[in-house]
Design a protein around this ligand. Sequence first.
Ligand code: ADP
Ligand code: MG
Length: 292
Amino acid sequence: SAPAAILSALSAAARGGVLFKGGGAIETLAAVRIFAFDKTGTLTTGRAAVNQVVARDGDEDGFLSLLAGLEAHSEHHIAAAILRETKARGLKNVAVMDVNAHPSAGITGRDSIGQLWAGNTRMASAMGAAIDDPALTQLAEGAQTVVYLGRGPTVLGAVTVADEARGTSAPALRALRDSGVRRIVMLTGDRRPVALRIGAGLGVAPEDIHAGMLPQDKVETIAQLTRDGAVAFVGDGVNDAAALARADVGVAMGAAGSDVALQAADVALLSENMQKLAEAHRLARRTVAIIR
Ligand code: ADP
Ligand code: MG
């Protein structure tokens, strides 16, 4: 009978580390033909590494200590990369307080001297800071994420951080297409050159790569996509709760995902193996074929 097929699918999925929030989620996932993915920490490992460091005053270690002092208060993957770098260099993080996170832009705070910020060009503009130093503008020519650190309108320097696609992302996207998924879309708050580099490697069409997005932009894009059919959004839970909630099926990836994300999601992937997603989609389709 129908409930029995659903129940056995739920338990088979759970054994594979995929938790559906009820049988309804299986039926909805089976109908999904459009998958939208967050980039950082979802299609990519989220374990970025710091590459270049440009400190305008020439003191790289002092610059990194300040940046890490601020990022020590952030949950973002970028912050973890920066903290690993200062740790590897044996540096002490500067004490920073009154910290505020600005989703898809960066972070602000205050040290003993005054106000500080770190983030992308959106963050810099919000602080009235212009990025015109050639040593800094040159960093943005590459396909890496650039994190600027500034004090008010003064940019103190920047680091580049490079993240790579998960090994399981490309085969998972291929498997999804093989099982009838028509469209795969990437939604990211990161810069377009970075998004294109990762997306191209995964076979995502350039017109389906949306960069520079705020959490609200992701929600709006998902709403538009739903006009063409059922949409799943797959995110790792950093700033993605609204998108997870807006999609027909929200998929939260990784046990590290936040509680908020798990609440907003319909499906939780306990491991970071993206192929579990393709397996779950196939299982959902098989199950629905049985009960119909
Ligand atoms: P994604 O959508 O790919 O998961 P996010 O929306 O989380 O990316 O972040 C988008 C961009 O915002 C980052 O690429 C970075 O430039 C900036 N950003 C966000 N949080 C931070 C932070 N704590 N420190 C520096 N930059 C940040
Ligand atoms: Mg993310």
